[in-house]
Design a protein around this ligand. Sequence first.
Ligand code: XUL
Ligand code: CO
Length: 436
Amino acid sequence: MSTGFFKDIEPVRYEGPDSTNPLSYRHYNPDEEVMGKRMEDHLRFAVCYWHNFVWPGTDPFGGQTFDRPWFGDTMDLARLKADTAFEMFRILGVPYFCFHDLDIRPEGDTFAESAKRLNEIADYFSDKMEETGVKLLWGTANLFSHSRYMSGAATNPDPDVFAYAAATVKTCMDVTHRLNGENYVLWGGREGYETLLNTDMSRELKQLGRFLNLVVEYKHKIGFEGTILIEPKPQEPTKHQYDYDVATVYGFLRRYGLENEVKVNIETGHAVLAGHSFEHELATAAALGIFGSIDMNRNDYQSGWDTDQFPNNVPEVALAYYHVLKAGGFTTGGTNFDAKLRRQSIEPDDLLMSHVGAMDVCARGFKAAAAMTDDRVLSGLIEDRYSGWQRPDARKLLAGGYGLEAIVDYVNHNKIDPKPKSGRQEYLENLVNRYV
Ligand code: XUL
Ligand code: CO
């Protein structure tokens, strides 16, 4: 039975690039084959629960602007929220969704009550997932909103908070596993510090390392075949977060022996906050072998905040997917829209139009990225640029065949005198612009 929230809006269909219908896809055609695979299977779009069904439109200066019939703290309202969410998934035709525990059920008075409620909603989801075919891209625990987490979850000075957080993650992993979630995400919004004056960083990092090992041990214990993902972010809400960026996370994983167990979920806006581009973070993860999934969105260029807007820039998105393809594409990962409406966009169909536009931008960017990959526009030039390394003497340099003294002899003997070559940046930028 329909909740009536979206009135009688029909499922959004692909109508082609000439369509002027704001609730049609102009570029996203799920069944269209690109590089021998359906677009839906490449892009693996997910709608997130928190921004769409939980956030009330508040900002630091003002309260709620969205009037949603499911807002409130009862289990009946949690079910109404689920009904509406699945209606939206159906209208958009998205294959996946994502949630935090706190998004889907009201917090109980005790840990046990919260867990019971989580499981009740998971049962409710399970039927709806069966009915609609919508799948779970990832589940996660909200270890940052409640005041018990104000000084951190795993990195809290109080061991009781560590235990509470670990127990919470266990229940969320169980539910994610039961719903056949394809990944489990950890985003440490409070794992960091506000001031070093009250922080024992060395101790906190060890706590975080132990916490993550607990998660990985439990994953294997229950036979969860999904990927454990860390989502890096440099700051906000905390002044400094330990999972600063992909490279920092990799160092942390190495230190705790987890570099083959855990991958990263990279978010556009978080990359920007870390002073990087999204492609930089994607390329770093690919180079280090820890690329997992993406939270697609965009930040306002001026504000300096994580504004979580829907993506709308095709060239940027194209370069991002180019690196996703270079990393081998998604396996368990996908494109989750960690994006929210602006607080004045209060109509139900704003929720739909935002996603329709974002999916189209992604589809168009993805097709450009696929064409660039197929035509080898960049890869051919890169291969050529490094081709000197194919020479046997050059290989020996890397393989440890020469020490520094031998290299001096080698340079003298071969009268080596390197000649600079153009990096061809502008040519390459022009080339990319032909595709986007
Ligand atoms: C916060 C953020 C989170 C994670 C999941 O910036 O991105 O919503 O994606 O906890
Ligand atoms: Co995110």
